[in-house]
Design a protein around this ligand. Structure first.
Ligand code: SAH
Length: 283
């Protein structure tokens, strides 16, 4: 049987031999896959997947060969090129290739580079977006990435660049001043440096921060802290990547929106965490 799961009726695209579909797998919970991703899984001959893609998701492509292409942060980019060349080779051999990446392929996932390399080699592609950890992962922690009372902008940043250092190209002062909420991917390694830059740029020691590790999976952990305490608190917690770190007042909303905690029986800690003194939806 080639179809692992049946899809609802729709004119689903066909994954043709020689094509590569570059697809987001979401942050972890298999239920956060898109239907296009499921359609791709049901048709692929080969699935090339990253470290952050859950086993369960791969089991939905039982007919396909599964190839692991995991990379760990900070390693040289040569490996990235090997992955792209492997995709090209598979496509040129007439395979139906599914490249499955964590979250969204175009958000800090080098999906743009892979796609560009494929196109440069004449390989036809399709892009399937996914739910990015910086949005969906925070939602699973009960943190809305935008909230009308908090922020009209949000900035997504990466905590390190290709060399493994905090990105020199980032203007942390402008980001601090310009964006009420900052969501940091790959920030654990350099959290001390990043925090120092944010504080130096005028963010407060008391500013709420949340660290969400392995978000949307059964192992999800959430740490609520402040910019002043985050380095010590992460060390004390023993939390490890992958983590998204959210800096800003929206973190307070978890006090009323920790839906997983509430589903497990906890009461909301504070029905009005921003202290507005009025119903949530008064205009
Ligand atoms: N393309 C991915 C990001 C890839 S970079 C996306 O859109 O989500 C890898 C980083 O993403 C990790 O270091 C971490 O910062 C974040 N990340 C991915 N999955 C995560 C998860 N389940 N929980 C927390 N952070 C996650």
């Amino acid at each position: 049987m080639s179809n692992a799961l049946s899809l609802p009726g729709f004119d689903w695209p066909q994954l043709e031999p020689g094509w590569v579909w570059l697809c987001g797998a979401g942050p972890g919970d298999p239920g956060l896959l898109t239907l296009h991703a499921l359609n791709a899984l049901s048709q692929a001959d080969v699935v090339i997947y990253d470290a952050l893609v859950q086993e369960q998701i791969l089991s939905w492509a039982p007919q396909a060969e599964h190839i692991y292409a995991g990379k760990r942060g900070g390693k040289p980019s040569a490996k990235q090129r090997d992955i792209s060349l492997h995709l090209i080779e598979l496509a040129q051999n007439g395979k139906k290739v599914l490249r499955l990446k964590g979250g969204d392929p175009f958000v800090f996932g080098r999906g743009g580079e892979e796609a560009q390399t494929l196109v440069q080699h004449g390989i036809p592609i399709r892009i399937i977006p996914g739910i990015s950890a910086g949005i969906g992962g925070l939602a699973y922690a009960g943190i809305p990435v935008t909230h009308r009372d908090v922020n009209q902008s949000v900035t997504f940043v990466t905590g390190h660049d290709q060399s493994g250092n905090t990105p020199g190209s980032l203007d942390w002062t402008s980001i601090s001043k310009g964006s009420q909420v900052i969501v940091i991917y790959m920030g654990m390694k350099h959290i001390a440096q990043i925090t120092a830059k944010l504080l130096a740029a005028g963010r407060s020691n008391d500013e709420p921060v949340a660290v969400v590790t392995t978000a949307t999976t059964a192992e999800q952990q959430v740490l609520e802290t402040t910019l002043g305490r985050i380095v010590d608190d992460i060390a004390a917690s023993g939390m490890a990547p992958p983590a998204v770190i959210c800096v800003g007042q929206s973190v307070l909303m978890r006090q009323v929106l920790d839906w997983q905690g509430m589903a497990a029986g906890a009461r909301p800690r504070n029905l009005d965490p921003l202290g507005r003194g009025r119903p949530a939806e008064t205009a």
